[in-house]
Design a protein around this ligand. Structure first.
Ligand code: PLP
Length: 442
């Protein structure tokens, strides 16, 4: 049956409100929050929910130390600061990631040096790392992007050879495994985010992790103003001996995260089943690239990313024009689609203007860093190409199941088999926008 496309005035394939938002909330979440009211302890690094959560997460990942923080960005910054990375140092970061993977380096007064990503996994390309290492390089921040682990064996080998610290940015990959090991347990440090879109949701929050006792002790002080903490009582002594921050988690977040953590594995399994189902549906269209998962790791699909090839589809549009035209048509059918990052991180204005701190452009102009560094998006061709032709398909999170994806299949069939109609409507004033876990019209 051929039906008129929704963008052409036909009925939508997916009814309104069919996509259920993330995360599913149940009575165990409500009870967790009430428990905090009943305890009457609302904050503090020694709060009972915070302490219990740290222990549970350290056990889940298989790491000696876990400190709960108020964001993933805070956990990344604490890792750099705990390792003593600062002015004059360089840190290697993938060119395609969320800004915080790189801005944490600037917050440490160090300089991010970008490396392009791999064509298939979209994680940092280890073959390109060594050429970026200088005598100033102190660390590498691999990012387990979209929920897929980076090439950790290759990265760890390069880091050990050059005596570099590895900070895993695991903000998007709770529960993903690399050669049987959970991500976050492999590098010298790891950072996780608990913001509301993440596979493990605490509304906002994060985890700083390490196995090293000294770095953990430094992290503990950095998390709370740089205050020393009494060995016996575990209380602050109100004497800051280093420069720290206010990066503590609060008790409501900890209690909520503990309730969500009990369902993390089950929720990840639903994401995996949904995404594998979607890949089966999309296989039929050879001009659509679905996520690649190397056999030695598991993907937890924080995001399901596809790419469209106009040449293979026989459409005379640029990859960017084709992707936008398809987003519009799919959006009108009721499929959640749209872009997340729109350019490689080094192409963002912050790196073009290099206006860091104050009005003098620190840390780039800091006298400890005498080098001139220029950031150009086009120096990262793989990341740049990805930004032209990728889109995220939203709705693969629980509580959505295959019934939603069956409706998506119908939408794909309509849209992908009528590319001439898609092209006809390519300039329609429709915008598909990212809004947390759901994409909506502007
Ligand atoms: C890869 C990556 N790194 C770091 C962060 C920062 O985490 P948060 O938002 O909790 O500060 C995020 C969050 O979106 C992320 O996706």
């Amino acid at each position: 049956m051929t039906q008129k496309l929704a963008i052409d005035g036909g009925p939508r394939a997916v009814p309104e409100n069919a996509i259920k938002p993330w995360p599913p909330i149940d009575d165990t979440d409500r009870e967790a929050l009430l428990r905090v009211f009943d305890n009457q302890i609302l904050c503090g690094a020694g709060g009972p929910e915070t302490v219990a959560l740290q222990k549970e997460w350290a056990e889940y990942i298989g790491r000696k130390h876990c400190l709960a923080t108020n964001s993933g960005t805070a956990a990344l910054h604490m890792s750099l600061a705990a390792a003593g990375i600062g002015p004059g140092d360089e840190v290697i970061v993938p060119a395609y990631t969320f800004l915080a993977s790189a801005s944490c380096v600037l917050h440490a007064n160090a300089i991010p040096v970008f490396v392009d990503i791999d064509e298939r996994t979209y994680t940092i390309d280890p073959r390109l790392i060594e050429e970026k290492i200088t005598e100033r390089t102190k660390a590498i921040i691999p990012v387990h992007l979209h929920g897929l682990p980076a090439d950790m064996d290759e990265i760890m080998a390069i880091a050990r050879k050059h005596n570099l610290i590895v900070i895993e940015d695991a903000c998007q990959a709770h529960g993903a495994t690399y050669k049987g090991k959970k991500v976050g347990s492999i590098g010298d440090f790891a950072a996780f985010s608990l913001n509301s879109s993440k596979n493990l949701c605490g509304a906002e929050g994060g985890f700083f992790m390490t196995d090293n006792d000294y770095w953990a002790m430094r992290g503990d002080m950095l998390r709370m103003f740089g205050d020393e903490i009494d060995d016996e009582t575990k209380l602050r002594v109100y004497n800051a001996s280093i420069l720290g921050f206010m990066y503590r988690m609060q008790e409501f977040t900890a209690a909520f995260t503990r309730a969500q953590l009990k369902r993390l594995d089950a929720n990840n399994a639903i994401r995996q089943r949904n995404c594998e189902y979607l890949t089966e549906i999309l296989k039929e269209y050879e001009w659509v690239t679905t996520p690649y998962v190397p056999p030695d790791r598991t993907h937890v699909y924080w995001m399901y990313v596809v790419r469209f090839d106009p040449k293979k589809a026989g459409v005379n549009l640029s990859p960017r024009e084709f992707r936008i035209a398809l987003e519009k048509a799919l959006h009108m059918e009721g499929v959640g689609v749209g872009q997340w990052q729109i350019m490689p991180v080094p192409a963002q204005d912050l790196f073009q203007t290099k206006m860091g701190y104050g009005s003098r452009g620190c840390p780039w102009t800091c006298h400890f860093y005498s080098k001139e560094i220029t950031y150009r998006g086009e120096d990262y061709p793989v990341a740049s190409r990805l930004c032209e032709d990728y889109t995220v398909i939203v709705g693969t999170n629980p509580p959505n199941g295959t019934e939603l994806l069956d409706m998506y299949a119908e939408a794909f069939r309509k849209v992908f088999k009528n590319l001439d109609v898609v092209v006809k409507h390519k300039d329609d004033p429709i915008v598909a926008h990212y809004r947390g876990s759901i994409f909506m019209a502007a």
